[in-house]
Design a protein around this ligand. Structure first.
Ligand code: PMT
Length: 423
């Protein structure tokens, strides 16, 4: 008998074919897969091939008398440890965010009391559409976990951007991580059980016109590793991420954003939190008035001039909140020279309790810090400066989260009031 069971809801999209490999990989790991296919999914993959691979009957119709008599959509939604939606189309996401239940897939989602993992796949414009982003934020707030979408070429010729279904190994890893973690949040075990941690990660993209933007080389690896370490420590984690190509850590609620202004809005929405960790490389400036049309390059048009305006400082804004300030506010400092000196300056000027300063000059750490796998950081706090040795980003994350747990543990013992500034 297979130990774990998931319900896989397949949405209609060209990426649906990847689900065949997904089912095979999951069954190799002893995970039973019961599949619900939307009508659109059946246009891309046949229920027969899905049934052959899953070794189960495939469910397609809300009003199928035989299906309802045999198992029923309510039992279908409950007799599993996890519901996975892949590819999660804009339509399925919208239905779930608004509580619609007019087909079997959406009815199963609405009736479920299980965890839900969604792997979106759609055209990049559809993904970035404010309606989709609003729906994703709503579902994240409702506790749905998102993995992806990844950045890359789309099936349609000439289309590229964020919208691809994550690769099957990443999806399998996210499923396994969620299945291995029976409870997250208030009832979870771990030093940060019952704590809410907000983490920002990745770059921001500030539009110049519909196809161009200002960005930086942040990959999201450090911020995502921090979110994963916090989940592993039992915290409820909200990860607010700019566009990145690394998979979202399973168990974290991800709020994808693009610009600094969206990131600040998402952070405000995610509060209250016990801890805020601001690892994102936020663009300091944005274009005052992005063009609504692609700026043309032609001989008789003057070279375009970009007027820049300052972006809101997210870390400073949150660190200086009078009410609703997280108990512990941690910023990062990305410096290319005098790392500790400039980091200490930011410790003062931003109002953060701790600053994690790292050298992004590309020297010293193998592979460089921005975009690379490793980091060497200096932890700057009211107690002074601690320089840590070079480590993998996950090791830095684990060490930082251990310090956070230690700090919150001490605060609990000394029963200090919430909301004040940490030492
Ligand atoms: O993503 P990786 O490739 O893994 O790389 C990790 C990293 C190098 C991006 C990360 O370790 C790091 O240093 N993050 C902070 C990058 C940065 O923007 O540093 P800064 O010195 O410019 O900003 C200082 C702090 O203010 C940061 O916490 C930043 O999130 C915050 N900030 C900055 C500008 C702004 N408008 N709003 C902010 O909140």
């Amino acid at each position: 008998m297979e130990a774990k069971r998931i319900v896989l809801i397949m949405g209609g999209g060209i990426a649906a074919y990847k689900c065949l490999d997904l089912i095979r990989r999951l069954r190799e790991r002893g995970i039973g897969v019961r599949v619900v296919m939307t009508r659109a999914a059946q246009e891309f993959v046949t229920p027969l091939s899905v049934s052959a691979l899953s070794n189960e009957r495939v469910f397609t119709d809300l009003f199928d008398l035989d299906d309802e008599r045999e198992i029923g959509h309510i039992r279908l939604s409950r007799q599993c440890e996890l519901i996975v939606v892949a590819p999660a189309t804009a339509d399925l996401i919208a239905k779930a965010a608004n509580g619609l239940a007019n087909d079997l897939a959406s009815a199963v989602l609405l009736a479920s009391d299980k965890r839900i993992l969604m792997a979106p796949a759609m055209n990049p414009r559809m993904w970035l559409n404010p309606a989709t982003q609003r729906n994703v934020r709503q579902l994240s707030a409702d506790g749905v976990t998102f993995v992806g979408p990844a950045i890359g070429e789309m099936a349609e010729a000439g289309e590229a951007g964020q919208g691809r279904l994550v690769e099957v190994p990443d999806l399998v890893a996210a499923i396994e991580e969620l299945l291995s973690r029976p409870v997250v949040g208030a009832d979870a075990a771990g030093p940060l059980a019952g704590r809410h941690i907000v983490v920002t990660s990745g770059p921001t993209h500030e539009p110049i016109d519909p196809v161009r933007y200002i960005a930086n080389r942040s990959s999201g690896k450090q911020g995502h590793a921090i979110a994963a370490a916090a989940v592993a420590a039992g915290a409820q984690v909200t990860l607010i991420s700019g566009p990145v190509n690394v998979p979202a850590p399973a168990g974290a609620t991800v709020m994808p954003v693009e610009t600094a202004e969206q990131m600040l809005k998402a952070v405000r929405e995610a509060l209250p939190a016990d801890v805020g960790i601001f690892c994102a490389a936020v663009a300091d400036w944005r274009v005052a008035q992005p063009s609504s049309e692609k700026i043309k390059k032609s001989d008789d048009v003057q070279r375009p001039r970009l007027e820049l305006v300052e972006n809101p400082d997210i870390l400073k804004t949150i660190a200086q909140l009078d009410t609703g300030r997280p108990e512990l506010v941690i910023g990062f400092a990305a410096e290319t020279e005098s790392v500790v000196a400039y980091g200490s300056k930011k410790h003062q000027s931003k109002g953060a309790d701790w600053i994690v300063a790292n050298d992004v000059s590309g020297e010293g750490v193998s592979g460089g810090v921005m975009g690379g796998e490793r980091n060497r950081v200096h932890l700057i706090s009211g107690d002074g400066v601690e320089s840590w040795p070079e480590m993998s980003k996950r090791e830095v994350a684990d060490a930082l989260i251990a310090r956070v747990a230690e700090f919150l543990g001490e605060r609990k013992i000394t029963k200090q009031p919430k909301g004040g500034k940490a030492k």
